[in-house]
Design a protein around this ligand. Structure first.
Ligand code: NAP
Length: 308
């Protein structure tokens, strides 16, 4: 019998218990799924840091840690995890992110916030067609590529940037520093879907914000550290940046007195862009346990040298 410890907030147990058991049965796995156990008896930890579990040293027979989160910056740096670490890649999570990102792209594209219900007939600005608007994606991974594909489907001129060279249908792909500048110089709407790593911290600084077309809109459901907040606030003041939709922050919850809350051109959403969905995520967890038991390599392993 395989023993798997579900280590997440107790409130999530109810949502995951049945989908996990169903997924294990469908994968032909006999799993003793528990929320408490002697660590020395556990084969797999299904993990979110919100559980409070930090020290994996007592888990002496552990085979893998299976993260319920897509962003693993706080997990991959845990030196007590000495077994393979897989992050969450979940079709439900990607669908939710696609909806959030396309919703906010269209909101910016159509200038929806201009039409205050105040009796003023504002018919002097007609939004351009999507094909005349450029959307740039920083990060073309599991989430960025799904969102970029949706932007292509809506007809936007779509650009993307990643660490390694990529080829995505309909997307003009860039990499490297010169590629970043080329993308920024064209992006009317910029979407950040990069992970939090030492290489991405403060990536969007004052110099790079200045490269964007004047009035560009930034949508950040990636991580708060990607943006130099003081530089963004300054660029919003001068009009260099026309608006920002921010879902993630250096400090969460975003403190009530943070200038982002009161800024007329900023929309704050409380880290809700997308959530791991228990039904689809459970299938990914079960498939990884099946693979590990069969001696196959795990899906979505974290590259701990790259930090994501
Ligand atoms: P992923 O599959 O690992 O993709 C990350 C992308 O970023 C890849 O394209 C990668 O390039 C690129 N990248 C990483 N470091 C880079 C660097 N130094 N320079 C240029 N590109 C770099 O991650 P994902 O699943 O798409 O998730 C992206 C992020 O979304 C997560 O890390 C998490 O922070 C965030 N997230 C937020 C929410 C929310 O609700 N707000 C929910 C889920 C996830 P390569 O393709 O070359 O590897």
């Amino acid at each position: 019998m395989i023993r798997a410890l579900f280590a997440d907030k107790p409130a999530h147990w109810e949502a995951y218990q049945t989908p996990l058991q169903r997924a294990f049965a469908a994968a032909g796995l006999d799993v003793d799924l528990v929320v408490e156990a002697d660590p020395a008896t556990v084969d797999y930890v299904i993990y979110a840091p919100a559980s409070g579990l930090q020290d994996f040293t007592p888990f002496t027979r552990l085979k893998a840690v299976l993260s319920l989160w897509a962003g693993v910056e706080t997990i991959q740096s845990n030196t007590t995890i000495r077994v393979p670490l897989a992050r969450m890649v979940d079709s439900g999570l990607a669908e939710g992110m696609r909806d959030y990102v396309t919703g906010h792209i269209l909101r910016a594209h159509l200038g929806m916030d201009i039409y205050t219900q105040d009796g003023v007939w504002r018919n002097d600005v007609i939004p351009p067609l999507a094909r005349n608007r450029t959307v740039g994606f920083l990060g073309l991974g599991e989430l960025g590529s799904v969102c970029a594909n949706a932007a292509v489907g809506l007809g936007f001129n779509t650009l993307g940037w990643s660490r390694r060279a990529k080829d995505l249908p309909g997307v003009t792909c860039f990499h490297g520093e010169a590629g970043l500048k080329a993308l920024l110089s064209q992006a009317d709407i910029l979407v950040l879907l990069l992970p939090n790593t030492p290489a991405t911290e403060n990536l969007l600084n004052a110099d790079r914000l200045a490269i964007l077309p004047r009035g560009a809109v930034i949508i950040n459901p990636g991580r708060g550290v990607l943006i130099d907040d003081a530089a963004l606030l300054a660029a919003l003041e001068t009009g260099q940046i026309g608006g920002a939709v921010l879902d993630v922050f250096r400090q969460e919850p975003l403190p009530a007195d943070h200038p982002y809350w009161a800024h007329p051109n900023v929309i704050v959403t409380p880290h809700i862009a997308s959530e791991t969905r228990p039904e689809t995520a459970s299938e990914v967890i079960a498939e990884n346990i099946r693979r590990c038991e069969a001696g196959e390599s795990l899906l979505y392993l974290v590259d701990r040298a790259a930090g994501y």
